[in-house]
Each structure stands twice: as structure tokens, then as C-alpha cells.
Design a protein around this ligand. Structure first.
Ligand code: ADP
Ligand code: ADP
Length: 225
């Protein structure tokens, strides 16, 4: 069963009298453990696609299936619950809570999803250790390097063991060596835990390490190479 299926997604915006068709029949099927790079110039609609795929925004037409479940007829509460349990997000900037430790940042989404504090803390510790941050659990984001911050953000994104990870330029703010390391972390997680990942990136070397590459052209997703 597909982890993520996008079927004929359409999304347009209005700019005065003009109509911008950002998504116009975008389709994609992603199986557990599969990773796909989304490579397209700024303004092509990458963020729009990730927001629609991540149930943060509704498409004008088309269907998003998460783990086989169609989402277009779900109400907002159901969509939010599905998003919290089944989708993880990573952005260019980590957006960690500055007053909380690395561990607490990874605990929080789990307690929101209904896990006990104890379970959540154990899982957070295990994840952070797996990502090489076992000795950094009690540090606040401001006491961590950029690469460490981004790895904590990844741990937070996968804390609830989502089926799908959506990453928007996750290494865009990092130097090349750190970017490599963070990317390797993402890949290991995807392949190790059967997570399906869509990673928007401008970095072609990193994109080459994923299973597939797609671009957005005239609002459609086209396979590259
Ligand atoms: P990318 O992430 O590839 O840079 P985006 O999805 O952010 O592209 O944006 C695609 C296009 O849609 C851009 O031209 C942007 O200005 C426009 N756009 C995005 N969000 C909105 C919005 N809420 N209202 C109007 N136009 C928007
Ligand atoms: P909250 O618990 O604050 O209501 P949500 O359930 O709305 O959070 O969000 C779940 C996930 O979606 C979080 O990872 C959050 O970072 C992300 N998210 C929520 N709203 C937006 C948004 N407008 N743009 C990008 N990501 C968002």
C-alpha cells in the first residue's frame, strides 16, 4: 500500500485579475521507505505541493491519500489528527522552541498526540541517540550547532513515527559538510523505518542520493532521469 498518493492535484491562486495555476494535475505515488527529491526553481510551487500533501492546505481539486486513506472528505479535525500522527515536517529553519531542551522539543509532539510523558521521553531519547545527539538531550537549541539543531528538528518530525516525511529545503541553511551529514540522517531514517519522504531541495548532489527525482512543470510532477 502506498504511504502517500497524490492524485491530480489542482491549486490556483489569484493575483488581481490573473489566475496562477500552481498545481494543475500533479500526481505522485510513494511507497514506504521510498525517498523522492523535488527539484524545481523558486516559485514553481514546491511549498504549495508540500502544504497540500501535508494536509495544511486543501487542494481545489484532486485527492491526497495518506497510508491509503483519502483525505478530501475529512473535516478539519480529522485532517489535523491524521497530520499529527502520520506526517512529519522539516523546514529550512529548525523552528525548535528555544526555551525547551532538545529532548523536550521531541517529547512535545508525542504528548500532544496522546502518548504518556514517560513513553515520549523514552522514544525521544532513543531517537536523539540514534541521530548522534545522545549527549545533547538537555541542551537548548541555542546551545547546539546548526547541524545538530536540524537533526533535532528531524527527530521531532519523526517522533510520532509518521508514514510520510515532508521536507522543504532541510539543508538549505547548512554548510556542505553539515548538509551531507543531516541528509544521511534523513536517508537512514527513511530506509530504516520505512518512512516515505519527499524532500524539496536545490542541491543536486544530495538529490542524487534519493530513490527518485521529480520536478514541477506547468503544475504537474514530472519524473527526471
Ligand atoms: P516554491 O516553494 O517552489 O518557491 P510556492 O509554492 O511557495 O513555490 O509558490 C508558488 C507560486 O504561488 C509563487 O508564485 C507564489 O508567489 C504563489 N503563491 C504561493 N502562496 C500564495 C498565496 N497564498 N496567495 C497567492 N499566491 C501564492
Ligand atoms: P498545533 O499543535 O500547533 O495545532 P498542528 O497540528 O496545526 O499544530 O500542526 C502539525 C504540524 O504541522 C506541525 O509539525 C507544524 O509545525 C505543522 N504546521 C502547522 N501549521 C503550519 C503552517 N501554517 N505552515 C507550515 N507548517 C505548519
Amino acid at each position: 500500500r502506498a504511504a502517500l498518493q497524490l492524485i491530480d492535484l489542482c491549486r490556483h491562486y489569484r493575483e488581481g485579475d490573473a489566475r496562477l495555476d500552481i498545481l494543475a494535475g500533479a500526481s505522485l505515488t510513494l511507497y514506504p521507505g521510498e525517498t523522492v527529491a523535488l527539484i524545481a526553481p523558486s516559485g514553481a510551487g514546491k511549498s504549495t505541493l508540500l502544504h497540500v500533501a501535508g494536509l495544511l492546505e486543501r487542494p481545489d481539486a484532486g485527492e491526497v491519500l495518506i497510508d491509503g486513506q483519502p483525505t478530501s472528505r475529512m473535516n478539519d479535525d480529522l485532517r489535523t489528527r491524521l497530520r499529527r500522527n502520520s506526517i512529519g515536517f522539516v523546514y529550512q529553519f529548525h523552528h525548535l522552541l528555544p526555551e525547551f531542551s532538545a529532548l523536550e522539543n521531541v517529547v512535545l509532539p508525542q504528548t500532544i498526540a496522546g502518548y504518556s510523558r514517560k513513553e515520549a521521553a523514552a522514544r525521544a531519547h532513543e531517537l536523539l541517540s540514534y541521530l548522534g545527539l545522545g549527549a545533547r538531550c538537555s541542551h537548548r537549541p541555542g546551545e547546539l550547532s546548526g547541524g545538530e539543531q536540524q537533526r533535532v528538528a528531524i527527530a521531532r518530525a519523526v517522533a510520532n513515527a509518521p508514514a510520510v516525511l515532508l521536507a522543504d529545503e532541510p539543508t538549505g541553511n547548512l554548510d556542505p559538510r553539515t548538509a551531507d551529514h543531516v541528509f544521511a540522517t534523513l536517508l537512514a531514517l527513511a530506509h530504516g523505518s520505512g518512512l516515505a519522504a519527499v524532500v524539496a531541495t536545490h542541491n543536486l548532489e544530495l538529490a542524487a542520493q534519493l530513490n527518485r527525482r521529480v520536478t514541477l512543470r506547468d503544475g504537474q510532477l514530472i519524473e527526471l532521469d
